[in-house]
Design a binder for this molecule. Structure first.
Ligand SMILES: Cc1cc2nc3c(=O)[nH]c(=O)nc-3n(C[C@H](O)[C@H](O)[C@H](O)COP(=O)(O)OP(=O)(O)OC[C@H]3O[C@@H](n4cnc5c(N)ncnc54)[C@H](O)[C@@H]3O)c2cc1C
Length: 509
């Protein structure tokens, strides 16, 4: 593989001058490793996405210098943290430089009085919480990828937390951050002049703009985060149901019950229960009459969690639930951080076990629309399976988002035997993703609740979801990144540079 012409020796020398030679990686293994995400999809096009170069900056100043050099030479830059994103956000579509911020993983400050900490963007939530534990504090951003996704990637995706119904999601928990713009200029994003305010009305509210952009507007380097008292007690009862409808009713009632310690609830549909029973070694097999599962989660002081738990039990039992017992409940909730990582195989229609990778389509959907969305999504995957024997329906999860039960993260997991994908099957899969996204929009949802929508198929419908807002997005991208160096090709934002496009901020017809 040849290196892009812009990355000729003089540019490498400039970068080595800033970072030191050992932090400018040109070797094949370093580069191929940074092309990879958990589902290296599609395998037959993977090699197109290998970066020319990987840099490992150690400070905001170094990131700023790298970006300034890249901007001067018009070299694409892709920020990368844990590389666990499920929509190819950290995969370079135009090659160029991957800026891997993992070295920036220090803890700058723990402020016990104001209940905040300031950390490098390259730290994981697991590591951070290990350090916070002796202070009796937690940082409750808790995705299933908790041990391996990093704070900067959570900012890049505006991620979703499994216990967000109590504590909020990444966007609520990140108070402010240092951010390197595509020019190399460093700004501080957040409310107020300091780092630790949670609310101001001064000027535009920029925090949300600079979260969830998938690295298309710049690079977060250091963040100040909100902390909470480490909960004294945790309760996570798992309930089994003989039908989906009762489980669905239960989730809604749990979320709307107004229990203050309620941190979240998860609903597993019958396809998911079948899949887990069949192929997930971490899962404790359930009797055949179990068709759906619900897990409710509460965090807080012992006495309040106990009282809230009694209400959970009553609600579930009134809806026909069978409590699965303390051991199963604790075990399955603890498995929330590794369950996704285990499946590496699925089944053909005939039941033959074959190597498959995991593809997860997520959407934000209102509670009232979940049953219909679920049926239409499974129907799309059923039709796909009928035509091609390389897809497997791994079922659906639904998670509460807010404590009011208004909207849910809902995801359908599909196993794909990627080695078997040819152009026809690939086109059919992209169309299926488009169809899945179209269903979410038709029911008033959003294409993605947390992963973002950068992959083929889903990304096509983003302009439709955002309407005039997409024109604003194009105008913002062009204004902030005039040379399109930041993660080019993502979100269809290349069209911001097509002068025929309507990029007037939505003021046109
Ligand atoms: C097993 C598993 C379970 C998961 N469960 C969840 C879940 O429950 N909730 C959830 O929200 N997600 C989940 N995900 C998806 C993924 O973990 C999240 O999207 C996470 O936020 C990505 O973080 P990361 O550090 O791995 O970022 P990366 O994958 O490295 O990057 C993600 C995006 O952010 C950009 N980016 C990275 N660093 C920066 C930075 N410093 N500044 C600006 N942009 C940056 C990248 O360019 C890319 O577009 C899961 C993934 C896996 C593999």
């Amino acid at each position: 593989m040849t290196v892009a012409p812009q990355l000729a020796e003089p540019v490498l020398d400039e970068l080595r001058g800033v970072l030191g030679g050992e932090h400018v990686l040109t070797g094949k293994a370093a580069r191929f490793n940074r092309a990879r995400v958990p589902a290296p999809f599609p395998v037959h096009r993977w090699a197109e996405r290998v970066p020319d170069l990987v840099v490992l900056p150690g400070s905001t100043e170094e990131v700023s210098e790298v970006v300034r050099i890249a901007n001067a030479h018009r070299i694409p830059i892709v920020p990368r943290d844990g590389g666990t994103g499920l929509t190819d956000g950290a995969v370079p579509l135009r090659r160029g430089i991957v800026v891997d911020v993992k070295r920036m993983n220090g803890i700058v400050e723990i402020d016990e009085v104001n209940r905040t900490c300031t950390v490098g963007a390259g730290i994981s939530m697991l590591k951070l919480n290990e350090v916070l534990a002796p202070y009796g504090l937690i940082y409750p951003d808790d995705p299933a990828s908790y041990p391996c996704s990093l704070v900067g990637g959570r900012i890049g995706t505006s991620g979703w937390s499994l216990i967000g119904s109590r504590y909020g999601h990444s966007r609520d928990l990140v108070l402010s951050f240092d951010f390197v713009l595509p020019s190399g200029k460093v700004i501080h994003i957040g409310d107020g002049a300091g780092r630790k305010l949670s609310k101001s009305s001064s000027g535009y509210q920029l925090k949300h703009l600079f979260m969830g952009h998938q690295g298309t507007l710049g690079i977060a380097t250091q963040a100040t985060l909100k902390l909470f008292p480490k909960p004294e007690a945790e309760l996570s009862p798992f309930f089994a149901f003989s039908d989906y409808d009762s489980a669905y009713r239960t989730v809604g009632e749990l979320a709307r019950a107004g229990v203050a310690t309620f941190a979240g609830a998860v609903l597993f549909d019958e396809w998911k229960v079948d899949y887990l029973r069949r192929d997930d070694e971490a899962y404790i097999p359930q009797p055949a009459d179990v068709r759906a599962l619900v897990c409710a989660v509460a965090y807080g002081y012992e006495d309040e969690v106990t009282a809230g738990g009694r209400r959970f039990m009553r609600i579930a039992k009134e809806n026909g639930a069978r409590y699965l017992g303390d051991e199963v409940s604790e075990g399955d909730w603890a498995a929330r951080h590794d369950r996704y990582a285990t499946p590496l195989h699925g089944r053909t229609r005939a039941g033959q076990v074959v190597p498959m990778s995991w593809h997860c389509e997520d959407a934000a959907v209102n509670y009232s629309e979940l049953p219909q969305v679920r049926l239409e999504w499974h129907e799309i995957v059923r039709r796909l399976r009928e035509r091609f024997d390389m897809f497997d329906d791994w079922g659906m999860f639904t998670y509460t988002s807010a404590n009011t039960g208004v909207d849910y993260l809902t995801e359908i997991d599909v196993g794909i035997w990627e080695q078997q994908l040819d152009d026809e099957a690939w086109a059919a899969w992209v169309q299926a993703k488009r169809d899945i996204a179209e269903v979410s929009l038709r029911y008033g949802g959003s294409i993605s609740a947390c992963h973002g929508s950068c992959r083929e198929g889903e990304v096509d419908l983003v302009p439709q979801e955002l309407g005039g807002g997409y024109d604003v997005m194009l105008a913002v991208k062009r204004a902030i990144d005039p040379n399109n160096i930041m993660n080019p090709g993502k979100y269809g934002l290349d069209r911001a540079y097509d002068t025929d496009d309507d990029t007037d901020g939505g003021t046109g017809p």
